[in-house]
Design a binder for this molecule. Sequence first.
Ligand code: PLP
Length: 339
Amino acid sequence: MKQIQSYEAHKQEGILLNANELSVNLNQDIVKEIQERIPAILFNRYPEEPVTKLYEAYAEVIGCQASQVLAGNGSDQMLGYLIGTFLGQGKKAYTIAPDFGMYDYYCSSYDAGIEKYATEEDGSFDIEDFIKVGKEKGVNLVLFSNPNNPTGHALSKAEVLKIVTGFDCPVIVDEAYMEFYGESVFDEVENYENLYVTRTLSKAYGLAGIRCGFLISSQERIAKLKANFIPYALSRLTQEVAIIALSHAKEFDESTSFTCAQRDEMYEIIKDFKKMTFYPSKANFICGKCANKEALLAAFEKENIVIRNYAGKDTFRITIGSKEENKKVLEILTAFEGE
Ligand SMILES: Cc1ncc(COP(=O)(O)O)c(C=O)c1O
């Protein structure tokens, strides 16, 4: 069997602040609306193709054309599809380090290589040098998350576009956490012939469980990509839930603002801690480093809180959760600092 760079699924027990999910489940009024819709779903029939209603619903929420959107089983599937489309044996992707682990998984599953440009500890990097090095290496695809997972560092729109113009090959901007930041480049897809943007309902919309993500690119490129995309990627159920949730987009904006405010408040308190270093974040998590990380992880474990641990490094990442969860996190960090 082919050896693929594997990806470990996240732990699902305890207070989960490890996967950048939304801590609260879908609002019960929305759940009720979904329940009312269920009897009319044709469970015996394959989903209709194309999934026009979903494209329209998402396009309306973010403000683009439905014909610029393709939807799939999480943005993971869109990333995998693009990597499979543009790469193969003898070709290589170019990303930054650290970034999202699934890039390695997909490159390895398509027998492609992956080159990484190491960022500073806070996730920042020299854009011009990044472009220069990538060109020297003759890369065939550029991809990175913005805001970055795990650092939370975000590039400005101008910086992203500089990268897009710096390369002739396709550039994928993975905007899984964009709702927590706001400087998206999806509205530039018609202006740059190599620009692809991926988005998701898994983070700000709290719908990681339904697996729904999007790819946004020019109408022309989306038409081609649609023609080759796997049929029936999204179940009827996922489509219905996504459409209903998207009709409540404004309510999700409120929870996103709450998360950002909590993140910034927490960072203000912990940024000068001495036993741990924290980095400013534009996503729904905060990344930190700690020389004595095992003791810190044990302190979280004692309180049944699961945070993301990067094995073999001194890094960890904490998702911004509910008010109570964030309070608990702060108590643990403050106690650790004071020990
Ligand atoms: C940077 C980044 N991109 C993409 C994804 C995948 O999200 P989805 O649930 O849409 O597949 C994640 C999930 O954690 C992520 O962190």
